[in-house]
Ligand binder design. Structure first.
Ligand SMILES: Nc1ncnc2c1ncn2[C@@H]1O[C@H](COP(=O)(O)OP(=O)(O)OP(=O)(O)O)[C@@H](O)[C@H]1O
Length: 484
């Protein structure tokens, strides 16, 4: 077997077989996890607070029931209206502790950040924490062990997927053991977006004609997302079921928001970071709540809401214990009802959108896709990409390997190649055979663009006439001066 790079013309890629990749990556994941944990644990609670990894002096202001029997607790600052500056993001795993507890002390509970506003943070817990919610509290950001576990699981599954699983034919192509295939004729399509430029149309045609892998190379402002949206719409029209992912929640939401303008059956899996209606309406939670078979679950949730607020007010130990017991039984029943509703919604969707780590959700077990699309693939770890790639026989990766690669905290893991992205390696291995570069940019004056176009993109990028000469003073209410 040739290893990655062997099937392509360029063959300059790292010569690594699937088994070499799996065995070299597993220890690097451990190194990276250790680096993240040590960065978080070496300092006191006060200095973690200064670094934004702890939000101190909070009060619990609301308890609601979320999907799957989770309890959503909302916290607000005890003093003032706005949370102090912090580095928390949706999806982060956090520990809830009494405000005065020592740094290494046990937590009241662990949860996942569900929603963030300037004035409040909402955390989803599996169970409502037993005690202490009436006293001042703090939240500590934890190293996201779940992410590392999911990446390791993906490696195990990957080594099995060679013979079985939806990606069985894709794996040898991505490891350079089999040449990529594409249809011989240019794929004709009638665009949903009438403004596409020629480089975008050409890329879409090639993407539609790819049988296993296609790379969309999108330098800044060249309409990479615009092109991805059109590819997804065309694929849906052909009857494909698509899994669309990116490393960050914000990038996933961006696609959801832009795709939601078309009549596509889409579901956003996971916690959206954007609170705009298009994204929230597409969220799995919202769709499950609308689904007919979850109305009974809705009744149960109402009952739980009443009990949760009783629990927050209860002082007596026995009363609290009884309420908690009742809540547990109701949560179990609600989970069962909702699981059925969740499966229905996901099976009926044409496009499921989630982060790369979110793609390992149990909710997707047994659901396969015709196409996996990964945006910002040149900023994503290869192991993380595999979590999604395991789900389908074809993939389209979009990104720009000439911009910054993903951040690796462990110097050793970085040195040993953890940060080298799949996008970059496939570019080196197969080059133009599987790639299209977008060449018209819609963001910058051509003088700003010229340097990067010449230094990075072989002078292939052109500024669209709408921006080629635009100046700051062209904006309304900006006066003309030497600096504008
Ligand atoms: N064919 C087009 N005609 C007119 N405007 C376009 C076209 N393609 C993209 N744009 C505009 O260019 C801007 C950038 O597009 P888009 O967000 O799709 O690009 P991107 O490459 O994903 O951006 P980024 O540099 O943030 O990655 C947007 O304002 C978009 O509306």
């Amino acid at each position: 077997m040739a290893g990655r790079g062997g099937g392509g013309k360029g063959a300059a890629g790292r010569m690594m077989s699937l088994q070499e990749f799996v065995s070299s990556m597993a220890p690097l994941i451990d190194l990276e996890k250790a680096a993240e944990i040590s960065a978080e644990s070496e300092t006191s609670a006060k200095s973690l607070e200064r670094r934004g990894s702890v939000i101190a002096n909070l009060k619990c202001t609301d308890a609601q029931t979320g999907l799957m029997g989770k309890t959503l607790l909302e916290f607000q600052p005890n003093k003032g209206d706005v949370l102090p500056s912090h580095k928390f993001g949706t999806h982060d795993v956090v520990a809830l502790k009494p405000n005065k507890a020592d740094a290494g002390s046990a937590s009241l509970g662990q949860g996942v950040v569900y929603r963030l506003k300037d004035s409040s943070i909402t955390v989803a817990f599996d169970d409502i924490p037993e005690n202490g919610l009436n006293s001042p509290l703090r939240l500590e950001k934890l190293a996201n062990e779940v992410t590392y576990r999911r990446m390791k699981d993906a490696l195990i599954q990957l080594s099995k997927a060679v013979q079985t699983g939806p990606c069985a034919n894709l794996v040898p192509v991505l490891f350079g053991e089999k040449a990529p295939m594409r249809s011989k004729d240019a794929m004709k399509f009638s665009p949903f977006n009438k403004n596409l430029d020629d480089s975008q149309k050409d890329a879409i045609s090639k993407a539609l004609g790819s049988r296993d892998v296609f790379l969309l190379h999108g330098p800044p402002g060249t309409g990479k997302t615009t092109t991805i949206i059109e590819i997804i719409l065309q694929e849906v029209k052909r009857g494909s079921k698509i899994l669309a992912c990116a490393a960050s929640n914000i990038t996933v939401d961006n696609i959801v928001e832009r795709l939601a303008r078309y009549r596509t059956k889409l579901v956003r899996l996971g916690h959206p970071a954007r609170l705009v209606p298009q994204v929230l309406d597409s969220a799995l939670d919202a769709q499950v709540l609308r689904a007919g078979n979850s109305s009974l679950a809705g009744d149960i949730r109402k009952e739980m809401k009443v009990l949760n607020s009783k629990l927050l007010k209860a002082k007596d130990r026995n009363t609290k214990r009884d309420i908690r017991k009742e809540l547990k039984t109701l949560a179990k029943e609600e989970r069962k009802r909702q699981q059925l509703a969740v499966t229905d919604v996901l099976k009926n969707a044409d496009v499921v959108l989630t982060t790369l780590t979110g793609a390992s959700s149990k909710k997707l077990n047994g659901i396969t896709f015709d196409l996996v699309v990964i945006d910002e693939a040149a900023q994503a770890l290869e192991v993380a990409c595999w979590i999604a790639l395991l789900k389908g026989p074809r993939c389209i990766l979009a990104g720009d390997h000439l911009q910054l690669p993903p951040t690796i905290q462990s110097v050793e893991a970085e040195k040993k190649g953890m940060g080298k992205t799949l996008f970059e390696q496939l570019t080196e291995a197969y080059g133009e055979e599987i790639t299209s570069m977008l060449t018209v940019q819609y963001r910058m004056h051509e003088h700003i663009m010229n340097w990067s176009s010449k230094e990075l993109y072989n002078s292939k990028i052109k500024a669209h006439c709408s921006v080629a000469g635009h100046m700051l003073y062209d904006l309304e209410e900006v006066t003309r001066s030497s600096s504008t």
